[in-house]
Ligand binder design. Structure first.
Ligand SMILES: Nc1ncnc2c1ncn2[C@@H]1O[C@H](COP(=O)(O)OP(=O)(O)O)[C@@H](O)[C@H]1O
Ligand SMILES: [Mg+2]
Length: 286
């Protein structure tokens, strides 16, 4: 159930990267919030600032002066931009868990998937007794639809397909019972049919578990049916927000319209897809 109270609130967030020559103002004062039990999709093209926004939530970005954060990220009583690093370590992975595009790069090839999930439970849920850890691992694997979890937990990552590895990553994130799951392009590296399966799984988890999901994607085609609300990002700005159905049916901003026109339609040739005219968008004259 979507609660009225926001679980996380981003207020006037700026992210700047500084190298020797110049400052890249990657995120330009954006604000949005996510409620308990809500799934929010952040949609925008590559480079629009989606991932850095997600990483700023637990300060997973380079420290100043390479990267500076300004604004407020309110998580409960705390401002994530001000709390000490020690406290951040408690929150990362435990309260706010991430899954990324490439599951292979996040799994250690030398350990079984069961051991890796167990490790994450030991780290974030010290209340789980030694004898109960295996049950918790199997429960997490069951939850993400891995059949025969009680034998498959002994598999090494290389014994699994890309889709299965992404399920393992989701299991690992969920095993710590996070309040917020941030899924950054979770299906981008996968085949189209597997993409649909993983999105179905996310939809199921959303109804089963009482957590907020932030789904980051460049693909408007995957948000329908899962996201309650949408934030559209364009070059470091939020250009549109609203309920998913309303945004899809009646997009207000020209950039949102262009992105929606990019949704691949069955039977339409790839080269006939709309190309976004950035010059026209920037001149406000699309
Ligand atoms: N670690 C980093 N150092 C310097 N610049 C970065 C870093 N990470 C991201 N950026 C810059 O921030 C901007 C937004 O990137 P990102 O959030 O990854 O986009 P998206 O996820 O929407 O594709 C880009 O201009 C990118 O070059
Ligand atoms: Mg990204």
């Amino acid at each position: 159930m979507v609660d009225e109270q926001p679980i996380i609130e981003i207020k006037d967030l700026h992210i700047r990267f500084q190298d020797r020559e110049k400052v890249n103002h990657a995120v330009k004062g954006i604000s949005f919030s996510v409620k308990k039990g809500e799934t929010l999709a952040i949609v925008g093209e590559s480079g629009s600032g989606k991932s850095v926004t997600a990483m700023a939530m637990t300060r997973l970005l380079p420290p100043p002066p390479a990267c500076t954060l300004e604004g407020e990220i309110r998580f409960g009583e705390e401002n994530m931009l001000e709390i000490p690093v020690q406290r951040l370590r408690d929150i990362r992975g435990k309260d706010i868990a991430y899954i990324f595009q490439e599951p292979s790069s996040s799994l250690n090839p030398y350990f079984t998937i069961g051991d890796q999930i167990a490790e994450s439970i030991k780290m974030h849920r010290p209340e789980v007794g030694k004898r109960d850890i295996k049950d918790e691992v199997i429960r997490a694997l069951d939850l993400v639809g891995i059949r025969d979890a009680d034998t498959r937990y002994k598999d090494f990552p290389h014994q699994m397909s890309g889709g299965m590895k992404q399920r393992v990553m989701i299991a690992m994130a969920l095993a710590c019972e996070p309040k917020i799951l941030v899924a950054d392009e979770p299906t981008t590296a996968l085949d189209v049919t597997i993409q649909a399966q993983i999105m179905d799984l996310m939809g199921e988890l959303k109804t089963k578990l009482d957590m907020a999901i932030i789904l980051i994607t460049h693909n408007f085609g995957i948000v329908d049916g899962i996201a309650d609300d949408i934030v559209v990002m364009y070059r470091g700005d939020v250009v549109e927000t609203g309920e998913t159905g309303k945004v899809l049916a009646n997009p207000q901003h020209a950039y949102t319209q262009a992105l929606i026109n990019c949704i691949p339609k069955l039977g339409v040739e790839q080269e006939r897809l709309e190309v976004i005219d950035h010059e026209a968008l920037l001149s406000g004259n699309p």
